[in-house]
Design a protein around this ligand. Structure first.
Ligand SMILES: [Zn+2]
Length: 227
């Protein structure tokens, strides 16, 4: 796991994390079983490959997405590259379902999800200040929904990896988000949710390993999964 402890993150104390994450801490998340009626797990066709992407992964939001150093359309560009190289065909790509509020409540506190109804809170999490000035319905439709779709992709990848031996979600990997706080452009704890679904739904899964190759420390999933 790549770490930058001592530089970007001075330590793992709640005070240090509070200084980095965009939301206030309200205690550890409640661990709940994923909802039985969730649509995030589904079977794919034999001719499909466990490579997961949805066009709504890519963020287009009045141009303000360009204010963040991340390329907000990188996910679609990766798929275009793979298709250009004939690594995969469009009909082989798996489209996930969007994580519902009930899905998200398996890892997130209600307090945290309610906090996302504040555009200022989302602006803090995404580190794009002008988002604070926008009506929240626009923020949900053009930003949070994209993240929810990517979160659905991460959860599905866990199931498909067990069935096929590998799976890739082109989006997700929101390693700065834990059950009770978001930050660093990470609004939903998709890594934790993927682990919860796998533990709850997939036979024989009791432990997961997170190999985090980001330049930062994955303080979100660490907080949820390391206890
Ligand atoms: Zn990071």
């Amino acid at each position: 796991m790549a770490t930058t402890e001592g530089r970007a993150f001075p330590g793992r104390t709640p005070e240090a994390l509070r200084g980095y994450l965009g939301a206030t801490f309200a205690g550890p998340p409640k661990l709940r079983s994923p909802p039985q009626d969730s649509t995030l797990y589904f079977d794919i066709k034999p001719e499909q490959e466990p490579l997961i992407y949805h066009e709504s992964y890519d963020i287009s939001f009045l141009g303000i997405e360009n204010l963040h150093p991340f390329d907000s359309k990188k996910w679609g560009k990766i798929l275009a590259f793979l298709k250009q190289r004939r690594t995969i065909k469009e009909q082989q790509v798996v489209k996930p379902n969007k994580a519902s509020t009930n899905d998200l409540l398996a890892v997130h506190t209600e307090e945290y999800l309610l906090s996302l109804k504040s555009s200022a809170q989302v602006a803090s999490i995404t580190e794009v200040a002008p988002v604070a000035l926008l009506p929240n319905f626009l923020v949900r439709r053009n930003l949070l929904n994209n993240f929810k779709m990517q979160t659905g992709g991460s959860v599905l990848a866990g199931k498909l990896a067990v069935e096929r031996g590998w799976a890739i979600n082109l989006g997700g990997g929101f390693h700065h988000c834990c059950g009770c706080a978001g930050g660093g452009f990470c609004a939903f704890a998709d890594i934790t949710l993927c682990a919860y679904f796998a533990r709850d739904r997939l036979p024989g899964i009791q432990r997961v390993m997170v190999i985090d190759l980001d330049a930062h420390q994955g303080n979100g999933h660490e907080r949820d999964l390391m206890g």
